[in-house]
Design a protein around this ligand. Sequence first.
Ligand code: GDP
Ligand code: MN
Length: 377
Amino acid sequence: MKIHEYQAKEIFASYGLPVDKSYVCKNVDEAVKAYREIGSPRAIVKAQVLTGGRGKAGGVKLANNEDELRKHAAAILGMTIKGLKVDRILVGQAVNIASEYYVSYIVDRVSKSTILMLSKAGGMDIEEVARTTPEKIHKIIIDPLVGVPDYLAREAAFKLFDNMNQVKQAIPIFRKLYKLFVENDASLAEINPLVLTDEGNIMAIDAKMTFDDNALYRHPQIASLFEPTEDEKKEQNAKSKGFSYVNIGGNIGCMVNGAGLAMATMDIIQLYGGKPANFLDIGGSSNPTKVIEAMKLLLSDKNVKVVLINIFGGITRCDDVARGILEAFKIITTDIPIVIRLTGTNEKEGRALLEGTDFFVAETMGEATRKAVELAR
Ligand code: GDP
Ligand code: MN
């Protein structure tokens, strides 16, 4: 789960990390009020959307006076960045930046550890830096039993700074950021940029955090910040009905019993040159209401051109499933072709029940998938 910069900055501040003074605003009037509150002529106006790269998209602007502030606030509040509407902005005291650095803690799959990532080449081009000059990014693996003691934070600080005053400021920042990362079950805590100001202070002027969804139950306050996208709303809704659903973006809707089979189904669709629209595990049982709910979910995705129902009958019997499907389709009307593959317990009986219907019935996964891919074209 992601949170906004202003929310992450509140968490940062509660851990004693130096962040700029800023106010979240929903309209131009609030922005003007915040600007007067800040009381310095130069202010920064930043779009609050759950994506990075706001600066490059024009969502971060410096204002030198109240007129400019109004202009920027109005413009940014009307923007859409990477498909996300900006409904909030952050108005903060502008900082005089001498240099920008990159700092983050992230769960790294390669080392199977939390790592501290650091770079002197922080700022808006960090992705480019990572791609073209990866040697400019330092990675320090954190041993969870040791954490980030003073000596390690010092070693890290020397990778960015040679001035002792700056090193001394950086050490507690790296230690507090780690504490915050661990205590909140974050999967990312990132400061980009961490800046050195003209006055010689080090501070975070951006803050990004993502959290491990599986640990959110331990952090109700963070969980309450969840602002689902349309896709995430669908996933939540599916979860409440006992399904596990993830939208993938292709055009072959999949309805499968069992997570392993659902994964295999997605793989085989790709293998035959198709694109799965989703992962959907409806679990066991042949209950018609479940089939109806699952079909509604699949058909609400306008990209879906064909539905592939892939069922392996173990304890669930294929004839029960066939009856459930027939029952469900008395209620559902759709022009979208449905391919059904039934195998396992009572498969012959199941397939016999579907004979003479509009469904495309298959026995093997290969046969069913080829048919679905062909129909999707
Ligand atoms: P992002 O593009 O979504 O990561 O947004 P950031 O918050 O990182 O802002 C993008 C860039 O705007 C930063 O890299 C800075 O160069 C600049 N910026 C942000 N805040 C300030 C500020 O207070 N003063 C100045 N001069 N520049 C700022
Ligand atoms: Mn940033």
